[in-house]
Design a protein around this ligand. Structure first.
Ligand code: ADP
Ligand code: MG
Length: 362
């Protein structure tokens, strides 16, 4: 039985260049491995969208053809980064941010519709998911170089610049109506990118594979023996090794986890993680350690995992009712796990310390 251990996000501040060096051997070539009936496993990983992106496919296509497919996949990731990145000086998103309070900017249709989707989640979650949270994200700079705890004064100022209702979407153009506002799609863009890669692979006739963009996992089809993919969920305890806390089995679904261990920094003995509350401006604080979502599209799963992480267990259990087809596993700080939403055929705990408190799946 094959086991997929997720490539999670960079857990600590790690310079992109160091990461690139680490992965240089992966970018130089892709790996292949023989499987039954002429089908081979091909794997390629590289750094994109601020994280490690890994794609594994199973096919009887030749190496040359696979190389071309991987080429398409990774140039698609670079293309998406040029549109969605909140950390590059020249992305389309950055251009929208630079024009906040000044003028409306015409954007590519896919940015426009992802923003519409992001605003939908902001409405559904009463700003727990907030695509306009950029000003606060930038103040903390978590996961980037030199993160720091902001002063109360700066935080207060930034909190005035994060009202998602001031994102004006009209006729393919975006206007941030207040100067200083900044969009940040870090909570949804990787999921969207995973969906795009899946579409490319399906278009190339790939019938089985696994896409893993920094923990946003998308599965294609079934394994060759007809069984579902087994996806490991990383142990959500900070400082724990990168072992799996649990696994679940899916086919053609996406599995996305948000947790406080993904990106964080420590200051004066306190841990500050990267998922922030629009209300306080501080890292969201509740009884949750991580949330895993299983859904049909990775963009939605990404937005929901971030949303639920901010909302906490009780509010999330209410909200999940309006998303039929979505399953969630809530990993709590007391080591209990609550399952909700659509029933999963297989969900198994691997870490002895964890236990299922409630299984509300139907
Ligand atoms: P990860 O990027 O580790 O997969 P998430 O999908 O939960 O984690 O997204 C976290 C990222 O989303 C942050 O790094 C930041 O860019 C952005 N973000 C932080 N807080 C929020 C929020 N409340 N709503 C929407 N996006 C957020
Ligand atoms: Mg997310």
């Amino acid at each position: 039985m094959k086991f997929i251990i997720l490539f999670d996000n960079i857990p600590l501040v790690m310079k992109k260049s160091v990461y690139k060096l680490f992965f240089i051997f992966l970018t130089a070539a892709f790996f292949s491995q023989s499987c039954a009936e002429g089908e081979k496993e091909y794997h390629k990983a590289d750094f994109a969208l601020g994280t490690v992106c890994s794609v594994k496919i199973y096919t009887n296509k030749g190496g040359r053809e696979v190389e071309k497919i991987f080429g398409k996949v990774f140039s698609e990731l670079n293309r998406l980064e040029e549109i969605f990145s909140a950390n590059s000086g020249h992305s389309v998103l950055q251009n929208v941010n630079d024009n906040a309070g000044k003028k409306s900017v015409e954007v590519p249709a896919e940015l426009y519709s992802l923003l519409e989707r992001a605003v939908y989640f902001a409405q559904k979650t009463d700003s727990a998911f907030n695509p306009a949270i950029g000003a606060v994200v930038k103040l903390w700079n978590i996961g980037m170089e030199n993160p720091s705890v902001p002063t109360e004064e700066n935080l207060k100022k930034a909190l005035k610049k994060i009202d998602y209702k001031k994102i004006e979407l009209k006729n393919g153009s975006v206007f941030l109506t207040e100067e200083g506002m900044q969009l940040d799609l870090g909570g949804i863009a990787k999921g969207y990118a995973a969906d795009c890669i899946k579409t490319i692979l399906l278009g190339e006739g790939i019938e089985r594979g696994i896409i893993d963009l920094g923990g946003n996992v998308c599965t294609i089809g079934l394994k060759q023996d007809g069984s579902p993919w087994r996806v490991g969920i990383r142990n959500p305890v900070i400082g724990n090794d990168r072992s799996s806390a649990a696994y679940l089995e899916v086919s053609d679904k996406t599995v996305v986890t948000s947790g406080d261990y993904e990106r964080f920094f420590e200051k004066d003995g306190k841990i500050y993680h990267h998922i922030l509350s629009s209300k306080t401006g501080y890292p969201a604080e509740n009884d949750l350690r991580a949330v895993t979502i299983v859904a049909d599209t990775s963009a939605d799963a990404d937005a929901l995992s971030t949303s639920f992480f901010v909302l906490g267990l009780e509010k999330s259990l209410q909200l999940i009712k309006s998303f039929p087809g979505v399953s969630a596993a809530f990993f709590m700080k007391d080591n209990s796990v609550t399952l909700a939403g659509k029933k999963l055929e297989v969900f198994k705990i691997l870490d002895d310390k964890l236990f299922i408190r409630d299984n509300l799946m139907q």
